[in-house]
Design a protein around this ligand. Structure first.
Ligand code: SAM
Length: 233
């Protein structure tokens, strides 16, 4: 058996739809790739990482799971190791939203042929949503996960036609929804409410210290807390 999958990685795997070949980009340990193949979600998977040391960990996990025939590991920058059409699904998790967008935009021939993309940034989720909105990737599902005192958002995307309708909302503008997450706002779960309250509190302290540049952001998260609380959590 491969090592246990954490709540965050579990949420990522649970959002994956069946695919032929999965690229676990910025894979480190490769646990997402392994779980996806073991559970029959991906026919095969490739772990890709910029650095050799994390790939060694991935290779050890692959060997332990006895899945070397279906899970491989390659070194390289983002999607660079992949030929066009080699994978139909990509997961990028545990890095910044800005890096996720850089890696996806560097290889439009691969990104453009994906049937699904799972992005789980550890910061700047708004940057990923704004890129996806402009690039024609529609949000299919979103999750908020709390782990070790941090909140992580996970977005599952598919290729869509025209503008993602989730961003046409009576209460929120598209830029506001890029920050908040259109499905997270709609789902109104307690973890999302706690994440909103954390943001409101963090930004409120900055505003109280006279940092007026954060006032609009603080007001947005305060509105989000009120909207999520209205639902009764
Ligand atoms: C914090 S780990 C995330 C591991 C795993 N995806 C997760 O979510 O648990 C980030 C990994 O991204 C890799 N990485 C950073 N920049 C990269 C790039 N440009 N291309 C591929 N991998 C990269 C690092 O070497 C590291 O192993």
């Amino acid at each position: 058996m491969h090592p246990p999958v954490s709540a965050r990685l579990e949420a990522i795997v649970s959002l994956l739809l069946p695919c032929r070949a999965l690229a676990d980009v910025c894979s480190d340990h490769g646990l997402v790739a392994l779980a996806a193949v073991q559970r029959g979600i991906a026919g095969r998977a490739i772990c890709a990482d910029l650095r050799a040391a994390p790939l060694e960990v991935a290779r050890r996990n692959i060997a332990r799971a006895n899945l070397a025939d279906r899970v491989t590991a390659v070194q390289g920058d983002g999607l660079a190791p992949f030929a066009s059409g080699a994978v139909d699904a990509v997961v990028i998790a545990g890095v910044s939203g800005a890096l996720i967008v850089r890696l996806l935009t560097a290889h439009p021939e691969i990104t453009g042929s994906l049937t699904q993309l799972i992005a789980a940034p550890n910061q700047d989720a708004d940057v990923v949503r704004a890129w996806a909105l402009a690039a024609g990737f529609h949000l299919r599902a979103e999750a908020m996960v709390s782990e070790r005192g941090y909140f992580f958002t996970i977005g599952a995307y598919r290729q869509g036609e025209g503008q993602d309708p989730l961003y046409e909302h009576p209460e929120w503008s598209a830029p506001e929804l890029c920050v908040l997450g259109p499905l997270l706002v709609a789902q109104r779960d307690t973890v999302t409410l706690r994440a909103c309250e954390q943001q409101r509190s963090r930004l409120g302290k900055l505003v109280a210290r006279g940092i007026t540049a954060r006032e609009a952001e603080h007001a947005l998260w305060s509105r989000a807390c009120a909207a999520l609380s209205r639902s009764g959590g």
